[in-house]
Design a protein around this ligand. Sequence first.
Ligand code: HEC
Ligand code: HEC
Length: 352
Amino acid sequence: MKKLKSETVRWINSRRPILGALLLLAVLAGGAAARWQFFQPAVKASGAPTPGVRVSYDYAVTQPIPQSTDLNPARVALGGKLFHDARLSVDDTISCASCHNLAGGGVDNRSRSVGVRGAVGGINAPTVFNSGLNFVQFWDGRALTLEAQINGPVTHPLEMASSWQQVIGKLVQDPVYVQEFSKLYRDGLTAPNIKNALAEFERSLLTPNSRFDKFLRGDSNALVEQEKKGYALFQSYGCSSCHQGVNLGGNMYEKMGLMGDYFADRGNPTEADKGRFNVTGNPDNLHEFRVPSLRNVALTAPYFHDGSAKTLEDAIAVMVKYQLGRPMPDADLQSIAAFLRTLTGQYQGKPL
Ligand code: HEC
Ligand code: HEC
């Protein structure tokens, strides 16, 4: 028995390099297979859906938005107050909500935002709803956290054009703020604590319970046939290779114009068009943007970083041309649009 064991050990030892290599190969192959599977469209949906035929969906591409959070409610409420407070801007005219209207999809529905004194910014405002689920903030990902993002609007000359010194100078004159900050934060009213409260509020801006999420949770009647087909097509055409994860976007960078020169065709190049290149200086990152989330996309027109697409159908057509580079029959485009309209969720229990 002992001999057998030692012979086995000797056998293993003598072949260790080969066995190791085999093991490594097996692991690599497994990983590649998993990734291959992940990127494969789960369904080939084409033609009219056949009644009674079950279509299987790839649940891996996304998950429902969580229905609750474990945030500190007092900090969330304080952040909500700051979010609506125009004293964060240089002349007390603009609050975060001026450009991120919570009753309107968390956006301003303008191609480009308008800041203090009518200043027109260089880029379209993304929604603040579900922004806490995005892997980085801004179209070019230059802020890694919601806290870090807030310096941007407060100090940007075309947005609130203020400074933290000014903001704190105004807020310390408000006894309610002073009291609330000293209750919730050991060091009271400071710039990092203002940012934290605002970010806590933003993390609370989740929009669960869209019809699509109800469908993902097993209610097959939550979507009608055309919408289900749209979801299948969204995967089989490859939209979900970029718009994926819980936010259907917001988890990777991609080039705008993968299959055609979007910017040459559009004309009038801007600084903002350079996308992630503006952050890294690396020519490989030219025209790369964080893939936007498609949650609540029915409410966030106009679309793209340049606000150039007025309707959802226009935006899908641009994606088909420049990201997929293959034709799509209008019926399929309409089904995908119908699917995207099921992504509108609820905020505080009410439909957006
Ligand atoms: C003048 C309009 C304007 C104001 C005021 C404004 N924002 Fe924005 N916001 C924008 C624009 C435009 C962008 C996109 C900028 C970019 O990507 O370069 C943006 C981006 C964001 C993002 C990133 C979202 C994402 O998915 O990348 C968050 C979060 C955000 N703003 C929160 C706030 C907060 C908090 C305030 C108040 C302190 C605020 N904004 C004030 C226009 C505004
Ligand atoms: C190769 C990656 C990729 C693929 C594939 C792709 N998209 Fe996009 N999508 C992006 C990027 C990047 C943007 C932002 C582009 C910009 O703003 O310039 C975007 C933007 C959008 C927008 C606008 C969202 C907003 O808030 O402005 C919609 C709608 C959209 N895509 C839908 C689709 C649909 C539907 C498909 C499939 C037909 C698709 N996308 C395929 C990467 C992709």
